[in-house]
Ligand binder design. Structure first.
Ligand SMILES: Cc1cc2nc3c(=O)[nH]c(=O)nc-3n(C[C@H](O)[C@H](O)[C@H](O)COP(=O)(O)OP(=O)(O)OC[C@H]3O[C@@H](n4cnc5c(N)ncnc54)[C@H](O)[C@@H]3O)c2cc1C
Length: 276
C-alpha cells in the first residue's frame, strides 16, 4: 500500500515550500509519466505536489529578447495546447507539428511540456526541440541553456526541489521535425529536429542515445551548404548508438541519416521567416 499525500499548490512559492519541507515529495504535472511510474511501483514519493493550478507556469507569448524575438511557453502548457496555439504556429510551426505527433489524444490532453522536458526520457520528442532551437529552460531558480540541461538518461541539470517554470525559444528562420515513431507508444525510435538561424544550423537527435544529442557533423555540413547534397556522404558514428528491442545500432544509424534528410526536406520546403 502507498502512503502518499496529495498536495495541490496554489502558487509557485507554495509548491517550492512543500518540496523543501518534504524531501521525498515529487512534483506532479500531467501525470502521464509519473502516474504510470507509481502504478508500476517504480517510485513511492511521500507527497505528490500538484503544480497544475500555478498560474505563473502558464502562458504562451512572443517577446523581444536581447538577440531578437523569443517564444515563451509556460511549463504547464499541454501538448494539445502547443499543437493548437496560433501564436506557436506563427512563431515556430515545427514546435506545433512536433507536439501534434506526441503519443495519442489522451496523453496530449494531459501531458505538459515542462513535465516532459524535466523527465528527459531519451525517446521523448520535446527535448529535440529544446536542444535543436537552443532554448533556455526557465526554472524556479535560474535559466539553464539547453546545451547544459540534458545530462543523461532521465537526468537533467535540475537540482532537487527545482521546478521548470517555462521555456524561451529563439525564433529560427525555419525549423522542422521528423520522427520514426514506435508504433505502440508514439515515442521516437529516432526523431530529428533541425533549426536554421541567421548564423547557425542546429541538428538535435532524440531516441538514439542516453539522452538527446546534437549531431555536430551534420550541423557543420549544413552550415556551409544547406542542401541535401551536404548530407549525401555523411555517416553517423555507429559505435555510440544503442542496441535495444527497437533496433540495432546500424538500424538506428540508418534512421538518423534518413530522418535528418527528411527533416531537412521539410525545412527547405518552408519560406524563410521574415523579421517582424
Ligand atoms: C501511452 C503514452 C505514450 C507516450 N508517448 C509519447 C511520445 O510519443 N512522445 C513523447 O515525447 N512523450 C510521450 N509520452 C510521455 C508524455 O508526453 C508525458 O506527458 C511526459 O513525458 C511527462 O509530462 P507530464 O506533464 O505528464 O509529467 P508528469 O508525469 O507529471 O511528471 C514527469 C516527471 O517530471 C517531474 N516534473 C513534472 N513537472 C515538473 C516541473 N515543472 N519541474 C520539474 N519537474 C517536473 C515529475 O516529478 C516526474 O518526475 C507518452 C506517455 C504515455 C503514457
Amino acid at each position: 500500500m502507498y502512503e502518499t499525500t496529495y498536495l495541490r499548490a496554489a502558487s509557485l512559492d507554495e509548491a517550492l515550500a512543500a518540496l523543501r519541507e518534504h524531501e521525498e515529495a515529487r512534483p506532479l504535472s500531467g501525470g502521464m509519466t509519473l502516474i504510470p511510474t507509481l502504478k508500476q511501483r517504480l517510485a513511492a514519493p511521500s507527497h505528490l505536489v500538484d503544480l497544475t493550478r500555478i498560474d505563473a507556469m502558464r502562458g504562451v507569448s512572443v517577446e523581444s529578447g536581447v538577440d531578437g524575438d523569443v517564444l515563451r511557453v509556460g511549463a504547464l502548457t499541454k501538448h494539445a495546447e502547443v499543437a493548437a496555439s496560433p501564436v506557436i504556429a506563427a512563431a515556430i510551426p515545427a514546435l506545433s507539428q512536433l507536439a501534434s505527433v506526441i503519443a495519442d489524444p489522451q496523453v496530449r490532453n494531459r501531458g505538459t511540456m515542462g513535465g516532459s522536458v524535466a523527465n528527459n526520457d531519451p525517446a521523448a520528442d520535446y527535448p529535440s526541440a529544446v536542444l535543436g532551437l537552443g532554448a533556455q529552460v526557465l526554472t524556479s531558480q535560474r535559466r539553464i541553456a539547453a546545451d547544459d540541461f540534458f545530462v543523461d538518461t532521465f537526468e537533467t541539470a535540475l537540482e532537487p526541489g527545482e521546478l521548470v517554470t517555462g521555456f524561451e525559444y529563439p525564433i529560427p528562420l525555419r525549423a522542422a521535425y521528423a520522427k520514426f515513431r514506435q508504433p505502440a507508444s508514439g515515442y521516437a525510435i529516432v526523431g530529428v529536429f533541425i533549426a536554421q538561424f541567421a548564423d547557425a544550423v542546429r541538428v538535435a537527435v532524440t531516441g538514439a542515445g542516453a539522452s538527446v544529442f546534437r549531431w555536430f557533423d551534420a550541423e557543420n555540413a549544413l552550415a556551409t551548404d544547406l542542401s541535401e547534397a551536404a548530407l549525401a556522404n555523411l555517416k553517423i558514428d555507429r559505435s555510440t548508438l544503442p542496441e535495444d528491442a527497437n533496433g540495432s545500432a546500424a538500424y538506428r544509424a540508418h534512421l538518423i541519416e534518413t530522418y535528418t534528410r527528411r527533416s531537412l526536406q521539410a525545412l527547405l520546403a518552408q519560406p524563410l521567416r521574415q523579421p517582424a
